[in-house]
Design a protein around this ligand. Structure first.
Ligand code: PLP
Length: 405
């Protein structure tokens, strides 16, 4: 095998690790709170937080303790048996949200897949099996499986992976008239991120979400929220839609729910989930004891009295500092957007080089669509960390040459 590989110049260029990512040249080694350390011992203020995953920062003592304790008891047993941690976390999520029931998986895409399957199954269950299409929105990101790239609808995700999974109709984000016009005989559901993440940190307005709720009710469609990025306290509420009076029928959750341990969940009302009978869905790992130990510990921290209030205070402070930053660098920064500690700086130039420059100064931030620099700090940051980040961003933007801007 090795020989034939070396004989073929095309193949020998392929590294052992599939080069599917544009990785930064930073070899991660360890983390502590909001700081990440590379293998050379260099420290970075981590305002990416594993893409909104490490909501409690790195190696939070409560999560480390939960994982260590569970690791000595039981790692995995499968869903052939009752898993007490699943029953506990499901009951707690139900208690804290609109939902009546929860299915656990291992990732965001799986949570969305479950939501898609559930919506189709619901319509079939109530005698409308012809309804299978789901309306989604431009700029959406729902994952990388075949169905979720079709739901995302972005050419760069779909290219070369055809035929595209059928059943997704996309309309422009925030356009209620276009959504209404897209509803047809085959429409089963409407799916939206209350705050678009990858698409550019764009919050949907409360009026728009209310409009979608009304449309869904009028046409007996299900309303699905993808809160994989904006949920689990990131907006300052446990879930971002709680800032509005609108509740979904189904909600996909992942990222922060496991605080760094792979975990996803699909939450639903009893009505929406009615068709999901025994044998209709499953996952070997989904909700395994390790994931549940960490998931329960994450939820305990987020639901502690005052935790979300502190997130809101820190977020208000950070937004004000970002607005001031934008005013100091008007040639580069267009505006500040986002919700809670899911914040974006829309730039007047592509953000990639500036993100690299910030990393050089010891600050990790991410890019998003629409020329946005995305800031996703862990929810446990304090004002001093915000000040540290702002100082590093100030230096970074000051060093952008006028030609670039
Ligand atoms: C990250 C993300 C997903 C996909 O989650 P994975 O865990 O990568 O499968 C889906 N939807 C949204 C809004 C996300 O931010």
């Amino acid at each position: 095998m090795k020989n034939s590989r070396l004989d073929d110049p095309q193949q020998s260029l392929m590294p052992p690790l599939l080069p599917a990512y544009a990785r930064a040249d930073l070899r991660v080694e360890r983390g502590e709170g909001p700081y990440l350390y590379d293998t050379d011992g260099k420290r970075y203020l981590d305002f990416v937080a594993g893409v909104a995953v490490n909501c409690l920062g790195h190696c939070h003592p409560a999560l480390v303790a939960a994982l260590e304790t569970q690791a000595k008891k039981l790692w995995h047993a499968s869903n052939l048996f009752r898993i007490p941690g699943q029953e506990e976390l499901a009951a707690r999520l139900v208690n804290a949200t609109f939902a009546d029931t929860v299915f656990f998986g291992n990732s965001g895409a799986e949570a969305v897949e479950c939501a898609i399957k559930m919506a189709r199954k619901y319509q079939s269950h109530i005698g409308r099996p012809e309804r299978f299409r789901i309306i989604t929105f431009e700029g959406a990101f729902h994952g990388r499986t075949l169905a979720t790239i079709a739901a995302s609808g972005q050419e760069k995700l779909l290219k070369g992976f055809g035929p595209k999974v059928d059943g997704f109709d996309q309309v422009s984000f925030g356009n209620l008239a276009a959504t209404r016009a897209a509803i047809g005989e085959e429409t089963a559901a409407i799916m939206i991120e209350p705050v678009q993440g990858e698409g550019g940190v764009r919050p949907a307005s409360a009026e728009f979400l209310q409009g979608l709720r009304t449309l869904a009710d009028e046409h007996n469609l299900l309303l699905i929220f993808d809160e994989i990025q904006c949920g689990m306290g990131r907006s300052g509420k446990l879930f971002a839609h709680e800032w509005t009076r609108v509740a979904p029928d189904i909600m996909a959750v992942a990222k922060g729910i496991g605080g760094g341990f792979p975990l996803g969940a699909c939450l639903a009302t009893a009505r929406a989930a009615e068709g999901m009978t025994v044998g209709s869905h499953g996952s070997t790992y989904g909700g395994n004891p390790l994931a549940m130990a960490v998931g329960n510990a994450v939820l305990s921290e987020i639901l502690k009295p005052g935790f979300l209030k502190t997130v809101i205070d820190t977020a208000d402070y950070m937004r004000a500092q970002l607005v001031a930053l934008a005013n100091r660098h008007p040639a580069v920064i267009d505006n500040v957007r986002g919700s809670g500690l899911m914040l974006g700086l829309r730039l007047k130039l592509p953000p990639a080089d500036i993100v690299t420059a910030a990393r050089g100064r010891g600050l990790l931030v991410a890019v998003a669509g629409d020329n946005v620099m995305r800031l996703l700090p862990p929810l446990i940051i304090e004002r001093a960390h915000v000040d540290e980040a702002i100082a590093l961003l100030d230096e970074t933007f000051a060093a952008v040459t006028p030609a670039e801007a």
